[in-house]
Design a protein around this ligand. Structure first.
Ligand code: ATP
Ligand code: MG
Length: 407
């Protein structure tokens, strides 16, 4: 038998592709079709180089429109341009990761030399005073980029923004310019007026990319990776048009490109063609569905497992009572509290809206409502993902509904 890796070695496709170029963390040296937006932000922050004071900025835009990448790019350029002239430092905080005001202050304070702030435990007064001291000892311009700021404010309110604005006004030798990045175009509405007017001094919207614009971005990446000759124009056009239908999201487009390259490469083909893109699309959709199952609440997983087992036991149509029964068997088997039929009925609608199942009410006969439930995922793959959750580990070896009833 041939070596199983033979096909990888046969093609003329380059073997040493730097996939890092297609990672979300890669910051390109130029960002096509964002020149205008970057120009506006750079003009504002550039005042620092002239000894002036920039305005605080809010950057708005849907997912994958280049907001995070643009701010990282601008921050890097600004630090480079200001070197040996003025003190400039960009502190980049993802507010979804640092999701409380303590950790935002801690990150800000610890970005500078001085007293170290522990990650938890200090009173707010001490936290605030130390951050202030560390910043003032350094003496310079801080660009505080608060990425995903909308999620933070929806969860915790906007008090911390008020505190940062206050801190800025109390600093003697340093200044803070806030750049807030948000997905939510209505974000300002969540802000208290005293914060809103200060934060909203400059507002920039990153519009979704058109298909042609995504094409240029992809072309650029392909060239950076040095594989221009190995990706067909048709493949790039197809990815661009699919991505522009999906809200003009460059992240999805780049991910689809990377997956297409990997598929072409591992098939031993010499060029990325449209067929590879279609396979990549299917694979990505499949991965997304599995991720949806993986992140379901445990009770919803129990319900889905119940429906799958019911379906595997042979029936195609069931009454709502049977669905509940199936769920209850799973919940009991997994030692979970059993929710009410009402809650389960709501949860069924949730699984339906997530696209994991499709429930049709077929009759209101003698036995109550009968439901026909289609399960839109492979039973085995779904079960595999559900059994990764240790809440269900006791059920791994109880693969049928009949066995479950006996347990
Ligand atoms: N104009 C562009 N040129 C080159 N690459 C781009 C451009 N716009 C976006 N990208 C790339 O697309 C990906 C997504 O961009 P980014 O992470 O900045 O999106 P975002 O607007 O912050 O999205 P989200 O709101 O989901 O956080 C990144 O890999 C980024 O490098
Ligand atoms: Mg982002």
């Amino acid at each position: 038998m041939d070596n199983i890796f033979k096909k990888y070695l046969e093609g003329t496709f380059p073997k040493n592709i730097d996939y890092g170029v297609f990672e979300p963390s890669f910051i390109p040296h130029k960002m096509p079709h964002r020149e205008k937006e970057i120009g506006v932000i750079a003009e504002n922050l550039g005042r620092i180089l002239l000894g002036g004071r920039p305005k605080n900025i809010l950057v708005f835009g849907k997912s994958g429109t280049g907001k995070t990448a643009a701010m990282k790019y601008i921050g890097r350029e600004l630090e480079e341009a200001s070197r040996e002239r003025v003190n400039v430092k960009t502190v980049f905080i993802n507010c979804q990761v640092k999701d409380n005001s303590y950790s935002i202050f801690e990150t800000l304070g610890n970005a500078f030399n001085g007293e170290r702030i522990p990650f938890t435990g200090w009173s707010f007064d001490r936290l605030y005073a130390t951050t202030r001291k560390n910043l003032d000892q350094w003496g310079g311009n801080v660009i505080l980029v608060l990425d995903e700021i909308d999620r933070f404010v929806k969860k915790n309110g906007d008090d911390f923004l008020y505190q940062i604005l206050l801190l800025d006004s109390e600093l003697e030798k340093s200044r803070i310019t806030i750049v807030g990045i948000t997905n939510d175009l209505k974000f300002s509405e969540y802000l208290d007026s005293r914060v809103k007017s200060r934060l909203n001094e400059e507002k920039i919207v990153f519009p979704p990319y058109s298909s042609d614009q995504i094409y240029d971005i992809l072309m650029d990446r392909v060239n950076i990776a040095g594989i221009g000759g190995f990706v067909s124009e048709g493949a790039l056009r197809l990815i661009s048009s699919l991505a522009s239908q999906e809200n003009g999201d460059a992240r999805k487009a780049i991910e689809m490109l990377r997956t297409s390259i990997q598929i072409a490469f591992s098939s031993g083909d010499n060029r990325v063609e449209e067929a590879h893109v279609f396979s990549a699309k299917t694979r990505m959709e499949y991965d997304a569905v599995m991720e949806t199952i993986r992140t379901l609440p445990v009770q919803a997983k129990a319900l889905l497992l119940g429906i799958i087992l019911l379906r595997e036991s042979g029936n195609v149509q069931y009454t709502t009572g049977e669905v509940f029964e199936a769920y209850r068997n799973v919940a009991n088997g997994a030692n979970l509290p059993v929710l009410t039929p009402r809650r389960i009925s709501d949860m069924l609608s949730d699984l339906d809206s997530l696209g994991l199942i499709t429930a049709h009410v077929t009759s209101l006969g003698r036995y109550g409502r009968t439901k026909m439930i289609e399960i839109n995922v492979s039973f085995n793959d779904a079960k595999k993902v559900i059994f990764e959750d240790e809440n269900f580990s006791r059920l791994k070896n109880t693969p049928t509904m009949k066995q479950l009833r006996l347990t």
